[in-house]
Design a protein around this ligand. Structure first.
Ligand SMILES: O=P(O)(O)OC[C@H]1O[C@@H](O)[C@H](O)[C@@H](O)[C@@H]1O
Length: 270
């Protein structure tokens, strides 16, 4: 049986497929191509028309099994982050979201995905806008305050040849549980799991191998999480994969979102 089965063509630019067990939306449009898994409303791929490389990294060995985390793209950690409860990073990335709205224009594609609880109450929504940039806007509708992280895996040519700019010197090392100082133009040379809380604005990943720059502008975030597992074995990751990805996550951890509050990220690759 083929791993990729077409379910429905919504418009000439928008189609619904099933990849192994995961329903997925594919966009093929003048602005670029994208794929979004309905499980987790997880953006998996975004290739703007002017880029040779995907903006996001996605595991080549991802098995796409329903109810399992998908390694890559932009998983959504919600309504909690990390191991505060089980499962790690919340339930939203393991649940099916609905495509509730789409609008296609000549220079813009706008999609909204919604998450409903067992009583059909809206818990959360994500809007993705693809143009020359990609914007991801998350809105929390649940009654309880909730943590969230847009856990973006950026695709890079070689971890040894990137600079990350716009970070502050102090950061919290989530492994040693201590504050530490790192150069504000940051290079990654080992397993990294750091939380930044100050001067959150725009970060740039300068990629000398792909000869491109990805600018990431965070809105309404209180934390940025910088993560690369290096040689630590992770599910659906091959031994060398750490060389081609860096996670720079837009998060609200210390000040959870209240009903109606939003967090968003705007990403442009040049
Ligand atoms: O494997 P998961 O559940 O997607 O988590 C990946 C990583 O996500 C990061 O955000 C965390 O800081 C790490 O501690 C964690 O290991």
């Amino acid at each position: 049986m083929s791993i990729r089965n077409k379910i429905r063509q919504l418009t000439p630019e928008l189609s619904l497929y099933r990849y192994h067990q995961i329903p997925m939306l594919e966009i093929t449009h003048a602005v670029g191509c994208a794929q979004i898994a309905l499980q987790g409303a997880q953006l998996l791929s975004w290739k703007p028309h002017n880029q040779n490389q995907d903006v996001f990294w996605l595991s080549a060995v991802e098995p796409f099994i329903s109810g399992n985390l998908i390694r890559g793209g932009v998983p959504l950690c919600y309504p909690w982050f990390g191991t505060a409860k089980s499962p790690i990073h919340g339930t939203a990335r393991l649940r099916l979201w609905e495509l509730s709205e789409y609008q296609l224009q000549a220079q813009k594609v706008r999609l909204t995905f919604s998450l409903f609880d067992d009583n059909q109450q809206l818990e959360a929504a994500i809007t993705m806008i693809f143009s020359e940039r990609c914007e991801i806007i998350f809105t929390h509708y649940g009654q309880q305050p909730a943590q969230v992280a847009l856990h973006s895996y950026f695709h890079i040519g070689n971890i040894a040849h990137i600079d990350i700019t716009g970070l502050t010197t102090p950061c919290f090392n989530a492994v040693s549980r201590q504050m530490e100082n790192s150069p504000s133009i940051r290079r990654i040379t080992a397993s990294t799991d750091c939380i930044y809380t100050d001067n959150i604005g725009t970060n740039r990943i300068i990629d000398y191998h792909f000869n491109r720059e990805i600018a990431i502008t965070h809105h309404n975030a209180t934390e940025i999480v910088l993560w690369n597992p290096w040689h630590t074995p992770m599910s659906a990751m091959q031994a060398q994969d750490y060389q081609n990805m860096i996670c720079l996550e837009t998060a609200r951890l210390s000040q959870p979102l209240m009903t109606g509050e939003q967090i968003s990220v705007s990403i442009i690759a040049k």
